[in-house]
Design a binder for this molecule. Sequence first.
Ligand SMILES: [Zn+2]
Ligand SMILES: [Zn+2]
Length: 425
Amino acid sequence: MDRSTIASHPHIWWSNSIFFVSVHLAALVGMYCLPPTLVSWPTLALTYAMWQLAEFGITIGYHRLWSHRAFRASMGVRFVLALLGSAGFQGSIKWWCLRHRLHHRFTDDPIHDPYAATRGLLHSHMGWIFFKPTYTRMELVDRDDLDRDPVVRFQHKYYIPLALFFGFAVPPLIGALWNDALGAFVWAGLVSRLAVWHCTFFVNSLAHWDGLQPFSDENTSRGNFLLAVLTSGEGNHNFHHAFPHDYRSGPWIHTWDPSKWVILLLHQFGLVYGLRQARDEDYKEALAYMNHKSLGGEPPLKEYANEEQDSPRKSVGNTYQHWSVAATKLYVREHSERCFLLLNGWVVDVTPYLGEHPGGASLLRRYAIRPGEDDEADAHTWLDASWAFDGGLNNHSRAAVKRMRELRVAKIELPEDAGLACVQE
Ligand SMILES: [Zn+2]
Ligand SMILES: [Zn+2]
């Protein structure tokens, strides 16, 4: 299917569209018949609580835990987050995460980014959910971790009854405690669903449209304080796109990020662990680079990728060794526990990066150098990751390019006719 076909004739997702519009109409009618002045304080408090809890299910669970693996969580925490996220009515964890991973891998691409900001504010906000396009690159998105998680599998299977129960049945059941089941249904059920929806959607629309870009201008993502307040911290979107595996939405203690505060609280109780964050040197370098750029010049990448500080496996002096295929194989065999790639003529040890790779470790391992018996044959069959890295599979960030330079081990000298297998999807 070519680009124009996908863009001009996507199928309308009727069931989703009808449900989405109906909830809006019902909420509007409800608010008209039952304005806030006629609603009791406990019901309004419940409305706020149901909004925030579902929002946390999305931001902490769907987004930071499952989409980006920014931390790990006990089964109990995962289960609670899955239920809270269901109440956000944004699809199952699996459905949501796969599309979000596409968004990060192909940010702003009008075809491959499900909510590409380049297609306009309305499309990125909610227009995209009215359609059911075929995402031709979905196959490239790592889903093994989602399929392995029993909580994700359970929630995917029972998503609709869970969403209906926690989104629309629980509020009136709680409201009945103070004899306001109807008010709780309208406000904590219908109206708070709209709040969760549109606040999340703002991250895809406004946070790619208005705000600051202190960490990167490689895509449209921006940091917006007002949005951060509305979205439990997710509005600091420019940092997030630059360092998506970070459990925080900003590097500073004063960054407005209630989702981070909850994660830290859970961490104190030992309920979540393995919190991942960007290296200080990386985010400071990104800030310095952008600052330099804002002052009128684009510094060359090498200025910020200090080759002198590279890995200890690097050769003597300031130059890299040049390895033959045989020497490369010997080194790879001696370090069989590590993962090496061929990237633009370099042997790169990506082992320290496996856990950080937004596309998942398994994708990197797919490209790993596997030494065989025959040098000449190896040189023809090793996979060259260059095409994938240089935009074929993903728009890799400047920070990722810098990191790959740091992880270089040696320059490889291939036979004239080597012609590495350049894997194209
Ligand atoms: Zn984004
Ligand atoms: Zn994200």
